[in-house]
Ligand binder design. Structure first.
Ligand code: NAD
Length: 490
C-alpha cells in the first residue's frame, strides 16, 4: 500500500504549530492542541489552543470589524464578489483541503476533495448571490402620514461551533449565510479536526475578506467553545454537534440572551416497504447509514424492513458490507471507508455493539476492530434489534446499522416516530399514496423518498424534537443570521 504524496502546501502547513487566526493575524498561545491522524493513531500536527482570553481577543476583533462596517458598507456587489472569489479559491485548492481533511478526519482523500471541498465551494456560491437580495418591506400601516418600512440587518458577531465529521463543509454551511447577511464571525472548529478551517481563514483573506471578519479559534469545547457560547459580545451562536452540547450552549447563551440555532444528533428511521425497488433500496439503505462511515447526523441507523422482504434485504446489505475496503484516508489507491475519528469514539461504538448483543441483537457483519493501527471498524450490521434496545435509541455516530422487521404501515410509522430525535427519515416504496401519507406524518426535518442524503444550499435543512432548531441553507439560513428593524417616519 502506498500513500498519496503530500502536496508541498500541506506538508508545510502541518510541519509547524498553527496559530489562531484573529484580526487577520496569526496568534500564538501558551498551550497547544495535538491533532492525531485517525488512520494511524500517530500525531499529525499541533495547533494553538484558545481559552477564554483568546476568545475575548477574537470577539473584540470581530466586534471592531463589525462596527467599522467595512464588510457591511462595502456594498452587496463587492461582498458577493469576495464570497464568489472565496468559492473559486476553495475549488482551485480542493486537493489541499482534501488532503488536510483526509489526514485529519480519515475520510478517503478523493471524497474529501471531490465532495467536501467541491460542495463547500458550491455552498458559498449560492450564498454569494444573496447580499443584494436581502430586502425589507414597506408596510401599509393604519396611522396616517407615517412611512413604515423594515430593514433586514445582520445580527453582529456570530460564534460558530462545528464538529469533526465534515470539518470544512460544516464550517462553510454556517459561515456562508453568516457572511452573506453581513455579520462577522468567530469560528471554533472541533479540536479533533481544526486544520482545514485554519487554512480556510488564510484563503478568505486572500479572497479579499477584510481582517477581523472571519476569526478562527481552535480549542477544547469545555474551554474555547464554552467561552464563546457564553460571551456577551456574541449576538448569535450557530452550532452543530451533539444534543448534550447543544443543551449546554442554550444554557450558556442565557447570559445575554443571544440567538441560538442548533443542528444536533439524530437516529434516523429508514423504511423499506414490501413494494420497494430493492435493487435501489438495498444499496440506498446501506449508504444512508454507512456514508461518511456512519459519522453523519442524518445517518439512517434504524432500518425498518417489511417482513416479506427482510431476508432479501439483510442478505443484500451483508454482501455490500463484506465487499467494501476500509483503510487510511491517504492510501493510494483509496478505500471505500476510513477510520472512525478517535480511539474514544471507537471504544464507544464497540461498546454499543457489545451492548446490543447483550440485549439480544445479532452481529451479522463486522462488529470488531480491524487492524491494530488506526481506529478502524468495518461496516457492522446488527439484526434482531427491537425498539427498546439501547442501540435503537442512542446515536452511535459510527458504522453500525440496526435492522428491524415490521408488518404494517401504522405500526412502522409509530415506531419511526418514537425517537427523541427528528433530523431525517427515509422511505423506499413505489406507492405514491403511501409515500405522501408517510412523508406528511414522519416527525423529521427532512424526508428522503427512494433516495438518501441529498442536500442543496437552496433547500432548508435542520431538525425537529431534540435534533435542534433553526434551518440552515436556503432563504431560511439568511433569516437565521439576520434581524428585522421596523422604521417609522413622520
Ligand atoms: P460535541 O458536541 O462534543 O462537539 C461539537 C463541537 O462543540 C466541537 O467543536 C466541540 O469542541 C464543541 N463543544 C463541546 N463542548 C462544548 C461546550 N460545553 N460549549 C461549547 N462548545 C462545546 O460533539 P463531538 O465530541 O464532536 O461528538 C460527540 C457526539 O456528538 C457524537 O458521538 C455524535 O453523537 C454527535 N455529533 C453530531 C454531529 C451532527 O452533525 N449532528 C456532528 C458531530 C458529532
Amino acid at each position: 500500500m502506498t500513500m498519496i504524496p503530500l502536496l508541498p502546501e500541506v506538508a508545510q502547513f502541518i510541519a509547524r504549530t498553527q496559530g489562531l487566526r484573529i484580526g487577520g493575524k496569526e496568534v500564538e498561545t501558551p498551550q497547544s492542541l495535538r491533532v492525531l491522524n485517525p488512520s494511524t493513531g500517530a500525531p499529525l500536527a499541533d495547533v494553538a489552543r484558545s481559552g477564554a482570553r483568546e476568545i475575548d481577543l477574537a470577539v473584540a476583533a470581530a466586534t471592531r470589524a463589525f462596527q467599522k462596517g467595512q464588510w457591511t458598507i462595502m456594498g452587496p456587489d463587492t461582498r458577493s464578489r469576495i464570497l464568489w472569489r472565496l468559492a473559486d479559491l476553495i475549488e482551485e485548492r480542493a486537493a489541499i483541503f482534501g488532503q488536510l481533511d483526509a489526514l485529519d478526519n480519515g475520510k478517503p482523500f478523493a471524497v474529501a476533495r471531490d465532495v467536501d471541498a467541491v460542495w463547500a465551494a458550491r455552498h458559498i456560491r449560492y450564498f454569494a448571490g444573496w447580499p443584494d437580495k436581502i430586502e425589507g418591506a414597506t408596510i401599509p400601516v393604519n396611522i396616517p402620514d407615517r412611512l413604515n418600512y423594515t430593514r433586514v440587518e445582520p445580527v453582529g458577531v456570530c460564534g460558530l461551533i462545528t464538529p469533526w465529521n465534515y470539518p470544512l463543509l460544516m464550517a462553510v454551511w454556517k459561515l456562508a449565510p453568516a457572511l452573506a447577511a453581513g455579520n462577522t464571525v468567530v469560528l471554533k472548529p472541533s479540536e479533533e479536526t481544526p486544520l482545514s478551517v485554519l487554512y480556510l481563514a488564510d484563503i478568505a483573506l486572500e479572497a479579499g475578506l477584510p481582517p477581523g471578519v472571519l476569526n478562527v479559534v481552535p480549542g477544547l469545547g469545555s474551554e474555547a467553545g464554552a467561552a464563546l457560547a457564553a460571551h456577551h459580545g456574541v449576538s448569535k451562536v450557530g452550532f452543530t454537534g451533539s444534543t448534550q452540547t447543544g443543551r449546554a450552549i442554550v444554557e450558556a447563551s442565557a447570559g445575554n440572551l443571544k440567538k441560538v440555532s442548533l443542528e444536533l444528533g439524530g437516529k434516523a428511521a429508514n423504511i423499506i416497504f414490501a413494494d420497494a425497488d430493492l435493487a435501489r433500496a438495498i444499496p440506498g439503505a446501506f449508504w444512508a447509514n454507512f456514508g461518511n462511515n456512519g459519522q453523519s447526523c442524518t445517518a439512517g441507523s434504524r432500518l425498518f424492513v417489511h417482513a416479506d422482504v427482510y431476508d432479501t434485504v439483510v442478505a443484500g446489505l451483508i454482501e455490500i458490507a463484506q465487499g467494501l475496503r476500509v483503510g487510511p484516508g491517504m492510501d493510494d489507491p483509496g478505500h471505500d471507508l476510513g477510520p472512525v475519528i478517535s480511539e474514544r469514539q471507537m471504544e464507544m461504538i464497540l461498546g454499543h455493539v457489545d451492548g446490543s448483543q447483550a440485549q439480544g441483537g445479532e452481529v451479522l457483519a463486522g462488529g470488531a476492530r480491524a487492524g491494530g493501527e488506526g481506529w478502524f471498524i468495518p461496516p457492522t450490521i446488527i439484526g434482531g434489534v427491537s425498539d427498546d434496545m439501547t442501540i435503537a435509541q442512542k446515536e452511535v455516530f459510527g458504522p453500525v446499522l440496526s435492522v428491524m422487521k415490521f408488518t404494517d404501515d401504522a405500526e412502522v410509522l409509530a415506531r419511526a416516530n418514537s425517537s427523541i430525535y427528528g433530523l431525517a427519515a427515509g422511505l423506499w416504496s413505489q406507492d405514491v399514496t403511501r409515500v405522501r401519507r408517510m412523508a406528511d406524518a414522519l416527525q423529521a426535518g427532512t424526508v428522503w423518498v427512494n433516495c438518501w442524503g441529498e442536500t442543496d444550499a437552496a433547500s432548508p435543512f435542520g431538525g425537529v424534537k431534540q435534533s435542534g432548531y433553526g434551518r440552515e441553507m436556503g432563504r431560511e439560513a439568511i433569516a437565521l443570521y439576520s434581524q428585522t428593524k421596523s422604521v417609522w417616519i413622520a
